[in-house]
Design a protein around this ligand. Structure first.
Ligand code: ADP
Ligand code: MG
Length: 246
């Protein structure tokens, strides 16, 4: 075994995989640039850290289960004028996550609610936060299944491991009383502890109706709205716009 191979194996056993994998090229780089010992030591550390961050972000992006890639850069504020680029960019310091605030996007179909939720979610992952994307329907099914298995508590705990839970499309479909109750348990366990990004087609005034005005629904709404930034989106559907322009 050469000295290089031995060093690589040692780095590997220290779990410094990125360094182990690129040791030869890092050495060549150091020689070509006549790096000082200290600069070389720093180069190795920097390389390892960069690779680790990259791997973590890739893993968290996968775990977030975004239904599609929606980049904020692709969002057209000339079409969607009821929210400004400035308002969206102000969210990207992620103070809302650190303060456990919620974001609520309300509006009719096609106005960009899901696009914004995913776009902000992706940026949050890149900034080091853990995010999970779920439609309200998925979430309700997920909780129902957990409840049937007697594992609701456990599932709620798992869901509160994420810094941000995106709940997409609340209000599109009716829910049973049990579903509302489970959802309340979830919102309750996240309240003032984690952030929720919620998209909905229902204005708060019709939420009572959607939730059948029952004593479970009102606290859900209260808890989501308390500490939240609410964005009312309007305008015409982007989907229709695309159809008519082709
Ligand atoms: P909503 O969730 O409000 O129903 P979506 O976010 O799913 O709407 O938007 C519908 C489609 O139109 C998506 O493919 C989305 O990427 C696109 N879209 C919506 N608004 C915009 C916009 N302002 N700029 C670019 N694409 C947009
Ligand atoms: Mg949507």
């Amino acid at each position: 075994m050469s000295l290089l191979e031995r060093a690589e194996a040692q780095y590997r056993s220290l779990r410094l995989t990125a360094t182990a994998n690129h040791l030869a090229s890092l050495l060549a780089q150091a020689e070509a640039n006549e790096l000082s010992y200290l600069n070389f030591a720093q180069l190795l550390a920097e390389h390892e850290l960069k690779e680790r961050t990259h791997r973590r972000v890739t893993r968290h992006l996968r775990q977030a289960q975004f239904p599609s890639e929606k980049h904020l850069e692709a969002f057209d504020y000339r079409h969607q004028t009821t929210i400004s680029k400035r308002q969206v960019h102000a969210l990207l310091d992620f103070g809302f996550i650190d303060n456990r605030d919620n974001l609520v996007f309300i509006g009719p179909p096609g106005v960009g609610k899901t696009h914004l939720a995913i776009g902000i979610g992706q940026k949050a992952v890149q900034a080091g936060y853990k995010v999970l994307f779920r439609t309200a329907l998925d979430l309700v099914e997920d909780l129902e299944l957990a409840e049937m298995k007697g594992e609701l508590k456990k599932r709620l705990n798992q869901l509160s491991k994420y810094d941000v839970l995106i709940i997409d499309e609340l209000g599109y479909l009716p829910m049973t009383r049990q579903a509302r109750y489970n959802l309340f348990q979830l919102i309750n366990s996240l309240y003032e502890y984690r952030s929720v990004i919620l998209t909905t087609n229902k204005d708060f005034t019709s939420w009572g109706e959607f939730f059948h005005d029952d004593n479970v629904a009102v606290p859900i709404i209260d808890r989501i709205i308390h500490h939240s930034q609410i964005f009312m989106l309007g305008g015409e559907s982007y989907r229709l716009k695309q159809k008519s322009s082709t």
